[in-house]
Design a binder for this molecule. Structure first.
Ligand SMILES: [Fe+2]
Length: 235
């Protein structure tokens, strides 16, 4: 069970670059929404179940990509400066094993005879709940233990460069999917900083596509208008 020290040791950001903040907020929000949908889903409703399982598979694929990005860029950078990352490396290995188990449970819902589908759905719900509980504790470890190591050994410019290497390695559709996951989970200041940075960095037509396919569809109209005003986008 969670030790009280684990909960109380939250280091202040102190103006440093929050490399985990936005993506972890996006993962937490998406996982919570999916867990709630799994809990309330009618597994006798084939269309609703197909849609839910497709959304769940998409989340798991993005979570697997996220783990690879952290391994390849963040842990590698720490290791390169002589800092060990064994615990979070091991947690990532456990995540990979969990992804395989969850895929098996998704497939079991799909292949179960009608009379057993609700039971297969219950098993998937419980397994997913246990997985995200683990992932939440893991992300807490990263944001309270790994992040301070990054702040101690890297400048904010270096951390931003690490993030840009991850973003730059992704095809546009994948970047759009991560943007859609993160933005609704972020607060207005974080949205303005992220989207303001995109506006500066991207060619006009690329940014317009990101607005159309990632930013606008992921926010309520009121939140989109507030973001538009704070970043200074044309109507
Ligand atoms: Fe991680």
């Amino acid at each position: 069970m969670t030790h009280p020290d684990f909960l109380s040791r939250i280091p202040a950001l102190d103006g440093r670059y929050d490399i985990y903040g936005n993506i972890h907020k996006g993962l937490r929000r998406t996982q919570c929404l999916l867990l709630a949908r799994l809990g309330s889903n009618d597994f006798g409703d084939a269309a609703a179940t197909d849609k839910l399982l497709a959304d769940l598979r998409r989340l798991l694929a993005m979570a697997a990509a996220h783990v690879r990005h952290e391994d390849g860029e963040i842990h590698a950078a720490l290791n390169g400066r002589g800092i060990a990352t064994e615990l979070v490396d091991e947690q990532h290995e456990e995540h990979r094993a969990a992804f395989a188990v969850l895929e098996g449970k998704i497939a079991s819902v799909e292949t179960a005879p009608a009379a057993h589908r609700a039971e297969a759905g219950r098993a998937l719900y419980l397994a997913f709940a246990a997985y995200i509980a683990d992932d939440f504790a893991h992300m807490h470890e990263e944001e309270t233990v790994t992040a301070p190591l990054l702040w101690r050994h890297f400048s904010d410019e270096e951390l931003l460069a690490i993030e840009m290497r991850i973003v730059g390695s992704l095809p546009p559709e994948e970047n759009m999917a991560f943007t859609r996951m993160m933005l609704p989970a972020m607060n207005p200041d974080q949205r303005a900083a992220l989207v303001g940075g995109m506006l500066q960095a991207m060619p006009g037509e690329v940014f317009a596509a990101v607005v159309e396919f990632a930013i606008r569809p992921s926010l309520t109209e009121a939140d989109f208008q507030a973001l538009r005003l704070s970043v200074g986008l044309a109507a």
